[in-house]
Design a protein around this ligand. Structure first.
Ligand code: URA
Length: 246
């Protein structure tokens, strides 16, 4: 068995699954996330001279996140988990929030779900840190890994929005329902959201299952594989030179 086959076997995808050949159309109605109007201002009262998050460069943004106490999550976590990878990546993967391992290490997706994410990346010939950036909707671990509350997401989302502006990825892959609904600005079952292309503030986006969910529900790895194939197709189309016909 060659390396690619071994990777697919690890994902429970070998030898059953074939690449999708059709790219689903871009739905226009889903294009505008409800959070799109957030202004990214994070200056609390009494700190009026702080630059808005939307004007920060990488070092200032990292420092702002490190010092953030805007929601109740910071008091219960070890450290903030900013994000990791190539700051000019074409690919941006967005999860929900740090878990126990990430809280200790200060890096997203380093536990069991992270191992599966690395395998998913390898299945489409990607590698953490190489043209790939990985971030989360919230930067602090929610207690007992609960889903982040709406107010926590609202406080933290401007940081991710600024990361996206600085990275300028060609494609966002939203991992799981929390990432999907935060970026889309509407709530829906993940099964109804996956398998399509979206537009997040002019960046193409796809939605797929969260690796932690896939660890619990391996039967859905096949659908995740379809989603990754859709992502590759979208990336390939998006990477064509502007004057390339077809
Ligand atoms: N789950 C996430 O959503 N993010 C991580 O960083 C780790 C697990």
């Amino acid at each position: 068995m060659n390396r690619d086959e071994a990777v697919l076997r690890e994902l429970n995808l070998y030898p059953l699954w074939v690449r999708r050949s059709q790219l689903a159309p871009l739905p226009s109605a889903a294009a505008t996330p409800g959070h799109a109007e957030q202004n990214g201002m994070d200056a609390p009262a009494g700190k009026g001279r702080e630059l808005p998050v939307g004007e920060l460069g990488w070092p200032e943004l990292k420092a702002r996140v490190r010092g953030c106490t805007a929601c109740k999550l910071r008091a219960g976590c070890t450290q903030t988990v900013f994000g990791v990878g190539d700051e000019k990546a074409d690919w941006l993967f967005v999860g929900e929030g740090p878990g126990a391992d990430e809280d200790v290490r200060g890096e997203p997706f380093v536990g069991q779900a992270g191992k599966l994410l690395d395998n998913m990346l390898a299945a489409i010939r990607l590698k953490r840190g190489k043209d790939v950036y990985i971030a989360n909707i919230v930067k602090c671990r929610p207690p007992n890994n609960r889903t982040p509350d709406a107010d926590e997401i609202a406080q933290c989302l401007p940081y991710l929005q600024r990361q996206i502006e600085l990275i300028r990825p060609k494609l966002i892959v939203a991992l799981g329902k929390t990432a999907a609904t935060a970026l889309l600005g509407r709530d829906a079952a993940l099964s109804s959201l996956r398998g399509k292309m979206y537009d997040y503030r002019s960046t193409p986006m796809i939605i797929t299952y969260h690796p932690a969910y896939l660890l619990r529900s391996p039967m859905d790895k096949a659908k995740a594989w379809q989603d990754l194939c859709l992502a590759v197709e979208a990336m390939n189309i998006n990477s064509l030179p502007a004057d390339t016909p077809g």
